[in-house]
Write a protein that binds this ligand. Sequence first.
Ligand code: ADP
Ligand code: MG
Length: 438
Amino acid sequence: SLWHYLQERFKETLSKVSYDTWIDSAVPIRLTETNIIIEVPSSLHKDYWQNNLATRVVEGTYEFTNREVSPIFMIKNEEVKSPDKEGTHLKGKKPFKQAQLNGKYTFDTFVIGKGNQMAHAAALVVAEEPGTIYNPLFFYGGVGLGKTHLMHAIGQQMIQLRPNAKVKYVSSETFANDFINSIQNRTQEQFRNEYRSVDLLLVDDIQFFADKEGTQEEFFHTFNALYDERKQIVLTSDRLPNEIPKLQERLVSRFAWGLSVDITPPDLETRIAILRNKANSEHLEIPDDTLSYIAGQIDSNIRELEGALVRVQAYSAIQGRDITTSLAADALKSILPTDKPKAVTIYAIQQAVCKFYQLTLEELKGKKRTKNIVVPRQIAMYLCRELTDSSLPKIGQEFGGKDHTTVLHAYDKIKTIIKKDSALEHEIKTITNNLTNK
Ligand code: ADP
Ligand code: MG
């Protein structure tokens, strides 16, 4: 069995005492499509497994089953919060079989790839150990990349591990509306009880807090109340907190107390895997080359990717034809850009430059002035001006809110340098080719 295989593997590398302490005391619970769940006797064991053995569990599982899983270490008989303590104020409430959580958005249905690996791992940690390690957990990234999905997954996983946990998922607009209604109806007390009594608060798309002064004020207090009680907070946004216009500084700084993780668009393999999963769950017969074709056409947004699949499916049903690559091409014709080359976006340029110079998006968009960052930043701005129709202020905005004169300066500078520096010119050519030959 897999467990036996893992044990053998550990025997080879661990001393006897170490083996007896850590491995013998652990019990395999379950292997799912995406996780291996192992029960350990204490939080100390758990830390040890997490820090020292997890990688080998992943490798071993992969060798044995060809599955890429994330391990979850559960503590045996972990004290679930006693319902008695909260008994009185929970009275009369429905059990928290969270209506707000979408049963389809779980860890099991989440495909892990390069762009979301970190986010996925952090989500899992938070679901397992709410309130202690990454608080708040902040996901940011473009539309349709799985932020909401991960939030729901955290909520559901946490309920699975702690059935008494109170989880609340809201969009930032719902939070704002609830707050405003509570003022109008004079039910602020109730509003506060509701939001401040949860074990896990998930607030989606907080970029919409921009401009809402009163709501921000209230959220600040909600945040503090939960944080002080070591309750877990998870937030998402399409950008980093400090890039959200008019978000109060004190919120920005609090959000930085925890962990911020970005989600970037999936690579081709991940897109194919997502489509394949989706096709399987809908019992669709789709040849591999057709999946690759669809995944190759739609490359930045998973929601659109799923939409394309639905479209192909509908088209095949209406036409009474099997799903093939040529059918897919027909079905998608009207939604895909025709022969004009794919438009290059600022984001794509930033990604390409980061990849080429091995920087993170944050570094590229940040304020650090070391040479190894400044030059790539200027190159990225230069390329944005050359390859997109975006205005200078728009480009500046996409680089962490820089002034348009900064962009212009960068543009001029690079333009001058490449006249003299053929190595740099070549680098820029390579990046441009990477961008346009996709
Ligand atoms: P966001 O909140 O970032 O805009 P969503 O979480 O709403 O994106 O995801 C859009 C759609 O794509 C959802 O249907 C979601 O289930 C799906 N999706 C996103 N990421 C993944 C993934 N890694 N694996 C499977 N499905 C995904
Ligand atoms: Mg969302």
